[in-house]
Design a protein around this ligand. Structure first.
Ligand code: PXP
Length: 247
């Protein structure tokens, strides 16, 4: 079905567990293959500057082994651009990155860095990658993403998920309202809308129900849930919850 909400499974934290011991296990490529069997539409991997989880060799192995599209998350640096141009993944998602952060804390500041980012993403798009920009659900960021020629914006759902986890119901609802309005704005500006960060079975339904959202990228929760259910059942359940919310 054309209208099906796509699920991108982020396998970074399979590599986190591997790297806790060194060696080769667990293998992120095996996780990617299982994800495909369980109903994922794409695989997402973040090659961080400090290589704390996904490695250069992982990207190479994923590009060789995968039949699903790979969404390479990366910072807007020359090193990462060269890697993306070498591999030409299906999609490149530009994310902000600070060495000291535990995860990608905020969205990219597109509005303040418009010229540089426009030049940065041009060659990636010319090489055939769909360029996505990971941003907060803020009007100026979305408008700037459209101006620099991005194909896709991924709206950061972290603030919404944090408010939910903390029981701050009014904040959660306000964040959801913002996501709702900004997804509509982004689509009106001709951008494809994705969303992700911090999503769980509990928080995914209202985001999955937003008609403009075409893809969700979900990682940490699924890899954690895999400890209890197994990876394929954890992903299959996410697929089920997303589809139920969509209908
Ligand atoms: N989307 C983007 C752009 C991200 O940087 C991340 C985290 O790497 C995710 C989605 C997935 O977030 P989580 O692991 O919290 O599900």
């Amino acid at each position: 079905m054309n209208d099906r909400l796509r699920l991108g499974v982020n396998i970074d934290h399979v590599a986190t567990v591997r790297n806790a011991r060194g060696g080769d296990l667990p293998d992120p490529v095996r996780a990617a293959r299982l994800a495909e069997e369980a109903g994922a539409d794409g695989i997402t991997a973040h090659l961080r500057e400090d290589r704390r989880h996904i490695s250069d060799a992982d990207i190479e192995a994923l590009m060789d082994a995968l039949s699903l599209p790979l969404n390479l998350e990366m910072a807007a640096t020359d090193e990462m651009k060269a890697i993306a141009l070498r591999h030409r993944p299906h999609a490149v998602c530009i994310v902000p990155e600070r060495r000291e952060e535990r995860t990608t804390e905020g969205g990219l500041e597109v509005a303040r860095d418009e010229n540089r980012l426009a030049h940065f993403i041009g060659p990636l798009a010319e090489a055939g990658s769909r360029v996505s920009i990971f941003i907060a659900a803020d009007r100026p960021q979305i408008e700037a993403a459209a101006r620099i020629g991005a194909a896709v914006v991924e709206l950061h759902t972290g603030a919404y998920c944090d408010a939910h986890a903390d029981g701050r119901i009014a904040d959660r609802d306000a964040e959801l309202a913002r996501l709702t309005d900004m997804a509509a704005l982004a689509q009106d500006l001709g951008l494809e809308v994705h969303a992700g960060h911090g999503l769980t079975y509990d928080t995914v339904p209202p985001v999955a129900a937003l008609p403009q959202v075409r893809e969700l990228n979900i990682g940490h929760f699924l890899i954690g849930e895999a400890i209890f259910r197994g990876l394929a059942p954890a992903i299959a359940e996410m697929r089920r919850v997303m589809d139920a919310a969509r209908t």
